[in-house]
Design a protein around this ligand. Sequence first.
Ligand SMILES: NC(=O)c1ccc[n+]([C@@H]2O[C@H](COP(=O)([O-])OP(=O)(O)OC[C@H]3O[C@@H](n4cnc5c(N)ncnc54)[C@H](OP(=O)(O)O)[C@@H]3O)[C@@H](O)[C@H]2O)c1
Length: 317
Amino acid sequence: MTMTAMKEKSITRSTGHTVEAELKKSILVVGSDGLIGNALVSKLEASGMNIMGTTRRKKSVSAKNPFLDLEEDNSSWEPGAAPRAAVICAGVTSLKKCQERRAETEKVNIRGICSLINTLAALDSYVVFISSDKVFDGAKPFPAPDDPVSPATEYGRQKAVVERLISGLGARICVIRFTKVVGPADNLFSGWRKALNRGEVIHPFLDMYISPIPLSFAVSVIERVLDLQPVGVVHASGARDVTYEEAARIGAASLGADPSLIQPVEAKTFPGFEHQTGKKTALNISGLKDRMGLTPPDIEWTIENIFSSPGTLDIDP
Ligand SMILES: NC(=O)c1ccc[n+]([C@@H]2O[C@H](COP(=O)([O-])OP(=O)(O)OC[C@H]3O[C@@H](n4cnc5c(N)ncnc54)[C@H](OP(=O)(O)O)[C@@H]3O)[C@@H](O)[C@H]2O)c1
């Protein structure tokens, strides 16, 4: 069956509305200024879809990009006409901020987001909530979508609470858990790239793991979810974990930099990182491959491009 046929079948099955009427409705991207939201809006618009965003930046407000601040009471906020689907990309994403300002970040990441999802579910919109591998503590390798959650950070706890609350709504909702999503302007990696190119030493953690996926792949996963409209949890991660040290070594080799410039350090000696050391992040992605037909690029490809050709992280591999 073609993608369009699957989409049409999925729409008529789930809503009972005519395909034509449904496809005319917009897709709402909540948090259109962020890394993922911005890339998603660009990609969906380029494919000719009717896209609405939300922003909390006064200068970016327009008819297609209404104001929405999740810190404020949004129980009476409405997106205009009911969107066909909504992707929730907004939220406080700093682990440090969530840890240090629990009450303030809960207001956005739990109350604001749940209230918005309630509104969207009541409008019968299909909702995609972007969650994270951080709902797991990293003790068990490759956790599956239905494994019990076990967050070890406040950020992960907030994601897990939202997942639990929205699963009880009985609505058409998909949770996508991503591992680290890397775009062309990632601060850490572009800093390392510049330092290595100048012949300067860098100090990657030898005891902390990542399983990065390119921004373009994360956007492709969301697009496929919007097409197929699964209900439940979808995992999207790299195929394995690497330490930051291994990532730096792969990157240095791709730049032809002197390997002696990599001088690893232990994260556990740095305040704020002590609880994150030794935790694996890669997820079980068999469902992504088998049911959605998507395979992430090799970890080596992703890391080499982070260092030597970051612009490609924006483009489909
Ligand atoms: N990037 C990753 O590696 C990764 C991995 C796993 C899961 N995720 C999840 O994916 C989602 C998108 O991540 P991202 O990397 O695109 O994050 P991001 O770049 O930090 O963007 C977050 C967006 O949320 C908006 N926002 C923050 N507070 C808000 C509030 N009170 N009201 C309304 N909007 C608010 C921000 O607005 P401003 O631009 O105005 O600040 C920004 O547009 C997040 O839920 C994140 O937890 C990301």
